[in-house]
Every structure is written in C-alpha cells, then in structure tokens.
Write a new protein. Structure first.
Length: 289
C-alpha cells in the first residue's frame, strides 16, 4: 500500500501531538483487548459473556469510563440480521459455535481519551468473513482519499455504499441509529467512575449532544450519515469510522480513528491515526503473500 506507506513515513517524521498519542494509546489498548478476548472465545460462550470479558479486561487496566460499553455479535447477528430497534444491538444469550463469525466492539475512555473500535473474527475458518475482511481494504483507501478531497460526508457515504454494491455486499452500517458510518469523538473529563445510560457513557453522550447543537448552528453534524444533515465537508477533529459489510447472514467491519485537520497539505489534511492495527497488518500480509 504505497499511499499508506507514504502517509506513515510523513507522520513518523512529523510526530504526533500529545493529544493524538493519547487517542492512539487507548485505541491500541482496545484492539489489544479485542485480540486477547477473541483468542479466549470457545464454543458455548455467549455474547453477554464475551462483552463482560472485554469490560473486565479493560477495567483491570484502568478504564473507568466509556463512550459505550462493549458489544459482541455472533453468527447472523454480525450482519445485524432483522435488527429493527436499538435494543437488538445489545449482547444476548446467543452462544458461539464452531465456524461461527463474531464481531467485538468497544469504546473505552482512558485517561480522558476515547476510542471506538470494531474487531471481526471467527471461531475457526470462515471463508465468507475472510473475503469480507479482505474486501474492506479499498473502503479504507476510498474514505481517506475522498476526505482529503473535501467531498461532503454524505457524498463519501454514498460512494462507499456504491463500492459495497459493486462488490456484491449489503451496507450494514445502514442499520445503525441514523445509518451512521462514523461519529466524532473527543476528550472527556477524567473521573474515577462515570455512569452509563442505555449502554453509553453519560459524559461522552453529553459531549456528542453538545457537538450536535454547536454543529447545527454552524451547519455541520458530528454524525456521518446518508442524510441531509451530513451534506457538508469533513469537520476537523477525530472520527471513529466503521464501514460494515454484510453478505447472506455474515458481517464484517473495522472501526478506527480518522484524523481530519484544516491543513492545506493533502497528507496532513486527513490521516488514519494508526496503521499498526490488526486489519491493516492483515492486508499487508495478504499483499506480501
């Protein structure tokens, strides 16, 4: 991936600000949690148990607040099959079986920095999900390219959906509330403990609502959706981006932080916060094979 290699070199040279290093640290912590929990999953583990494993692992390492509590989806729930209401996103008693795909999703806040990540895997081989994961690579490239071109969020969303359709897949992030493919994240005040409401950290929710009100007055939204309120160029800040593919009851996605700035330098105007992530390493290995 020549473009990503060039990007990585540029940012290694320029260095990251203390703030960005904080966000990268919590994002890496969340992915380490996902890989650790994924390696411990066994037949018979339920979604609720997998979500609790993520929560316990992160709490043992100092996480006391959340953008949202951990989720786990097994089998056809990875493609949000028949999801109609928000309550269906919460972990259930669905048990993991051999050969079944899964997605782990968590959004911890650590030392005031937030991340929101998604990790796709399977208990044993699952060729369909493997193909979905490979086919997510051009979506990551497309999103970065078009954000740098300062196309509207709504247009980028539509172009991502067109790419999914050409690949033969369904857009499953359409099933999320407001159909979002991404949302802004920011720092939150550090506290020893923060309450949650409907699975979301109250501090982070207040921040998102504040952004929504502020953005409404200025003509932008912290939600990246297919609707008119996202018909504006990317707003500088950090965005948790999660393209989600579905095919016949199997889903796969990644979720990671995209940094958007007001720089006139295309490479500095937008970049993925970290290229040392499981799905990016996977694609590099596929290319090298």
């Amino acid at each position: 991936m020549a473009g990503e290699t060039k990007q990585r070199t540029a940012h290694d040279r320029a260095g990251l600000s203390d703030g960005l290093r904080g966000f990268r640290e919590v994002q890496r912590l969340a992915y380490e949690c996902a890989e650790t929990v994924a390696a411990q999953l066994r037949p018979g583990v339920t979604e609720r148990e997998a979500a609790r494993m993520q929560r316990d692992w992160l709490r043992e390492r100092g996480v006391r607040d959340w953008f949202h509590l951990p989720f786990a989806w097994f089998g056809d729930r990875t493609a949000f099959a028949n999801f109609k209401i928000p309550l269906q996103f919460f972990p259930t008693g669905r048990k993991l079986e051999p050969g079944m795909p899964f997605i782990l999703d968590m959004a911890p806040v650590y030392r005031g920095y937030a991340a929101d990540i998604g990790y796709s895997g399977s208990l044993g081989l699952h060729p369909v999900q493997d193909r979905l994961m490979s086919d997510l690579r051009p979506h990551r490239e497309l999103i970065l390219e078009q954000v740098r071109e300062r196309r509207s969020l709504r247009e980028i969303y539509e172009n991502v959906e067109r790419l999914m359709t050409r690949q033969g897949y369904a857009n499953r992030h359409r099933a999320y509330p407001f159909g979002v493919i991404a949302h802004k994240i920011d720092r939150v005040a550090e506290r020893r403990w923060s309450p949650t409401a409907f699975g979301f950290g109250t501090q982070s929710l207040r921040g998102l609502v504040s952004d929504a009100l502020h953005g409404h007055r200025e003509g932008w939204s912290p939600l990246w959706s297919p609707y008119h309120f996202s018909d504006h160029p990317p707003q500088p800040g950090l965005w948790a981006v999660e393209p989600h593919l579905g095919f016949r009851g199997t889903g796969a996605k990644f979720e990671e932080i995209l940094v958007v700035t007001d720089s006139r330098d295309p490479e500095e105007s937008a970049f993925w916060l970290d290229d040392d992530l499981p799905h990016v390493r996977r694609w590099a290995e596929e290319k090298a094979a």
